[in-house]
Structure formats: C-alpha cells, structure tokens
Design a protein around this ligand. Structure first.
Ligand SMILES: [Zn+2]
Length: 450
C-alpha cells in the first residue's frame, strides 16, 4: 500500500486492524487524520506527482501491495511517473512502484504533445526578454557536456543551431560549431537540470524537443524525456546565465524567438558522432582563467598586451578556472612524473604519458594544491582523480591566483616541469626549448594532434 505506516488496505476495513494501525501511528508520534480511502481508479497517466499523505508514500518492487517495499517518498515531495498500471505508477528515480491514490498529479507528461510546423534549418534562439540575448554553447567548446548559456548575440557558430524535425514530432537541435545536440544532462527529470551539448543517440528522449508556437512570435521547447521546458535560470539575461529545464510556468523565461538564418548557410552541419577521447581535466565546461589583470590567458595569447614579438609572454597552455576543483586525467595513460613539493613556477604537478595514433604525448597539470597519484607507471583513465587545483607555484593566491595550468607536449622534459610561456607564435603547435607544445583546445576538440 501507499502509506509508510500501514501495510494493507483491506486490513483497514476491520476494526481490530484499524485500532492496531491507529495505535502504531500514535506510538510513532504521528497525529494524522485518517485520509478517506479513495476510490481505486486508474491513475491520470505519466507525469509529475506530489505526495499528499502526511505519512509519506511507499515504493514497492511491483504495482501492488503484495510487492516488497524498496523505498519511500516523503510528504510534499514531487516525483516522476513514466508509466502506470491501474492506480500504480512506476517511479524511475526509485526503481519501483507507488500507489497514486495518495498523490496528486502536478503536471502530465507530454504524451500527446506535437510540435508546431517549424521548417528544418539554422536558427538563432533569442530570449523573449531581450532578442539580443541568445542561447550559446559555453566558450564555443566542442566537447560533450559543454553547457548552454545565454550571451550577447555575436554571430558565431556556437550561437547557431540546426533544427531538424524527427518522425516522432520532436526536433533535434544541433550546435553548428560542434555538430553536437542540445540535451538535458543525464536524462534528468529535475527542475534546474542543466542543458548541454552531446553526441546524438537515437534512443535518448532527453535529446528530443517539442517545439511549440506560443502565438506571440515565440516558441517554447519541451524536452520529450522530462516534459519540462527549456528555461533561462531565474529569468536572468546576464551573460553566462545557465540554460536549464524547469516545469512549464508560462513565463517569458521559457519563451524564445527562433530566427531562421538558413539563407546564410548552404548545408546542414555534419553530424559529430565521434567518440571523443580527450576531455578537459576539470568536469563541466570551463573558460580560461580570467583572474590575472582582467586578461584572458588561453593558448598563444599575450598576457600583457603590446609586447614585442621577442618578449616571452605568449602562453603555451590553457589556464583553467577552478579553485579546489578535482583534476582528472585528460586521457587514459600512465603517470610519467609528478612532484608533491611546492617549488618553482610549476609548484606541485603531474605529468601523464599517452599514446595518440601511435605517437607518444604528455599532458601536464601544474599549480596543484595536492597530488593524488602515487607512482610513476601507474595507470590512469579519464575518471582517475590525479590532483586538486590551486595554491602552488605561480598558481598561489599570493602570486597569480588559483588556477590549473594545462599543457600537452611531445617530450618528457628532463627537469620535470615545463615553461608556461614563450616568444610570440601563432598556430596550434609551438616548439620551444626542444619541446613541442600543442594547443590543448585543438587536441580536445579534434581528438588529434595539430
Ligand atoms: Zn598557465
């Protein structure tokens, strides 16, 4: 049955059992009015429900009281139901079934939803609050998992999306710069779940969106998996505000103008279904570090500006923002070297060895607050925590501030550390003092060396 303190609905019909139940509730200190036993009608169908009984709701291994209890949902909590059997609903978050007699339907899943007739093509997705603010893939990063944000329209490819109608009446929405598709992360049904780009997979409904004309020149985009709307977090149009999903609420935070810009482009984008190998060593999407003199310091940039070409100011890596963030291996490999002592410009660091298309390369992580590898030759994969950002060498707070210096090189330098900057150069590779440095963004986005 549904309530945590009772075991079987039929028992309630007998006086003795009712007395025992009442006694047990009193023993537990629960002073609840007995709910009227509702008619056991078929449930309203898949959707979001809210627990209405003060004792909470049992979750069972099957759709009936004869199945064992596998969990519970508290009073007032909302939960998603993806299928029903009689008055019972399947709750994927708990991998079990709950009686919907003691829950209220908050929002039905969009089972009968159909998209408006939007032609396939390239679109700019503008906020109804301000049409100059558009959906943008963070920093134009190409990798899976990079989040979508709101940003000033600037005409770059990470602000242009190809909408393609699918046979189920949904659309897939592909970022032009990366070939990857807007999805709700981890197939989440939660309010506030991130919207990011990822490879296409047919079987994932979290990558499919209903595109619905609101009749005011704008559209709402409803995720097929969750039934929730694409939403601007807090209705905030400041640059960098995350795009998320949220229960439909009719506000302008969920309304977007779709401007067809297909005339400017001749072909649909190539699908990018490659299994990306390299990853950024910090989870999620991170822009280059901006803590020093308000300047960015990405690959090849001059930190100081106006320097001569002979000045040694041009960056040989990426500085990634992340105080106390866990650092992961950017690719599977082995530990080539590391230092747990905070000395020199590099401070504590880790160097990993990788093989890419038969060529050996090394990835370098500097300015760590702690090192989590323990031996040279140790195997690592992309889930291996190799250290923590912050606070050593040039990455100390008393120096340039906490950040991760990340570089990819072809040579294990004899002294262990590496230069972080060189004389002026252009392109995605630079040979300096006998070591070739590769632009990490190029390697990650293209999964090969330049
Ligand atoms: Zn650096």
């Amino acid at each position: 049955m549904n309530r945590l303190t009772s075991s079987n609905k039929t028992i309630v019909a007998t006086k003795m059992a009712a007395f025992a139940l009442l006694a047990s509730m009193l023993l537990l200190g629960i002073f609840a009015i007995f709910p009227a036993i509702p008619a056991s009608a078929a449930a309203a169908g898949p959707g979001t429900y809210k627990v209405t009984t003060s004792a909470g709701l049992n979750v069972r291994s099957g759709p009936g009281t004869g199945y064992g209890r596998v969990g519970g949902i508290n009073y007032g909590a909302t939960f998603e139901v993806t299928q029903t059997s009689g008055a019972w609903g399947y709750v994927p978050a708990k991998n079990g079934w709950a009686s919907l007699d003691y829950a209220q339907l908050v929002q039905a899943a969009p089972t009968s939803m159909t998209s408006s007739n939007l032609p396939n093509g390239y679109y700019v997705i503008s906020s109804k609050f301000d049409f100059c603010k558009v959906i943008d893939i963070y920093c134009a990063y190409g990798e899976n998992g990079t989040c979508a944000i709101i940003y000033d329209w600037n005409g770059t490819d990470n602000q242009i999306f190809y909408f393609e109608r699918l046979s189920d009446g949904t659309y897939r929405i592909q970022a032009k710069h990366s070939g990857r598709y807007l999805e709700v992360r981890n197939s989440s049904h939660s309010n506030g779940a991130e919207v990011a780009q990822w490879d296409w997979h047919d079987s994932y409904a979290c990558k499919r969106w209903y595109v619905i004309d609101c009749g005011d020149g704008c559209y709402k985009l409803i995720n097929k998996e969750s039934g929730k709307a694409l939403d601007l977090n807090g209705g905030n149009t400041s640059n960098g505000t995350r795009i998320q999903q949220y229960q439909e609420n009719g506000t302008n935070a969920q309304r977007f103008r779709l401007t067809n810009v297909s005339a400017a482009f001749s072909n649909p984008p190539a699908s990018n279904d490659s299994t990306s190998s390299w990853q950024y060593p910090l989870k999620g999407a991170y822009c280059s570090w901006r803590g020093y003199s308000n300047s960015t310091w990405s690959w090849g940039e001059d930190r100081y500006g106006n320097s001569s070409s002979s000045s040694r100011n041009f960056h040989l890596g990426l500085d990634l923002n992340g105080s106390s963030s866990t650092v992961y291996a950017a690719l599977e490999g082995t530990v080539a070297a590391y230092s747990t002592s905070n000395s020199g410009a590099n401070g504590r660091y880790v160097i990993l060895k990788h093989s890419v298309g038969g060529q050996t390369v090394y990835s370098f992580y500097a300015h760590l607050s702690s090192v989590k590898v323990s031996s040279v030759g140790q195997s690592v994969n992309k889930n291996t925590e190799i250290g923590v950002v912050g606070g050593s060498g040039n990455g100390s707070n008393s120096n340039y501030g906490e950040h991760l210096h990340f570089a990819i090189v072809d040579t294990l330098w004899k002294s262990g550390g590496y230069y972080g900057y060189a004389t002026k150069f252009s392109g995605n590779a630079k040979c300096y003092e006998g070591v070739t440095y590769y632009n990490p963004k190029y390697v990650i986005d293209n999964n090969r060396l330049p």
